[in-house]
Design a protein around this ligand. Sequence first.
Ligand code: SAH
Ligand code: SF4
Length: 372
Amino acid sequence: MAARPTAPTIYDLDREAIADYLTGTPSYRVEQLWQGLYTDGVDLADITTLPAPLRAELAEKLPSSLDMSVESVSEHGDTVKWLWNLRGGAAIETVLMHYKDRSTVCISSQAGCAMGCGFCATGQAGFERHLTVGEIVEQVIRARRVAGERRVSNIVFMGMGEPLANYDAVWGAVERLHGAFGISARHLTVSTVGLIPGIRQLADASLPVNLAVSLHAANDTLRNEMVPINKRYPLADLVDACHDYFDKKGRRVSFEWALIDGVNDRASDAHELAAITQPLRAHVNLIPLNPTPGYLTQGTPPERVREFATLLTNLGVNATVRKNRGTDIDAACGQLRANSAAAEAADRSGKPTGGADGTVTQINPPTRRGSA
Ligand code: SAH
Ligand code: SF4
């Protein structure tokens, strides 16, 4: 298991902690540093309002954490994905998705994941460690620099890891992204496999963020197989917690459903799903399963995805088929890391490592690339 870095990153400090740290310097330095880090979002070295010796000291004592290992850009340039090496040895992923004039960042909350969902590349690799507030926030900062003119309008906790298993750091990051970046709660989405204590804690928290629940199966027998944590937190209790969230926060819960050929794409699955989601007036996001190296079953073919969506709509469910963004760059949870490890292994054995699909993938570029 990778160790946590011993020194905090500069993004681990909230405004108060920065003020404490800077005790003895003029008080306006706090605002200058905060503005540089969050409003301008530039690298510490480029916060020129601060004296160079102070910048150097901060960089040494509170170094940032993300060191780019791989950057992949999808064929049409609408999706960028990074694999970062963290101080302390773990690797995580971040995905930036462009829409017309805005962008969404998909961030990781843990290196690896302990939940063991068999269809998920992150789950297949197991748990390494929790991320700190700073390591979560830094992903958004790095992505925002690349988004350029496009406004980063939405943040989704749908990268590696189970956010509600790392609740305190995730909540610290939510507050920072809300307070320092000005991203409103309704543009922040926490996705969970269904950790009921975490959902209840979130329902009592101060900001009404969006809650997405990765359901994938609407009966306990199938869900126990696909999502092992269902044995501890069975469907009926999970659905209760979702009702409470809706009642307390006034936010409709959304459900994720990765369609797997012959597994959860039958008419009976649609009926069971409708029975759960209709009373909640919930939205269902249908995503054809992305193939992963450790799971042999395939995603539902497009024609039957449409049929499943139509059946749900006819049952009165609000359902959307999500585009499988960035499949060409392994932009599903944990896949860039899995495939990068496979590529490295292939490289060692002298086999070619692909690149014929229009994908631009860079492995081990200079450390600072992308931070401009
Ligand atoms: N642990 C949290 C958040 C990270 S996973 C959760 O499970 O909700 C983000 C989403 O990707 C989840 O809905 C998850 O079920 C989905 N996912 C994982 N592996 C996938 C795959 N191979 N194809 C499609 N979706 C996948
Ligand atoms: Fe963890 Fe989510 Fe992957 Fe399940 S789907 S293993 S909870 S990251």
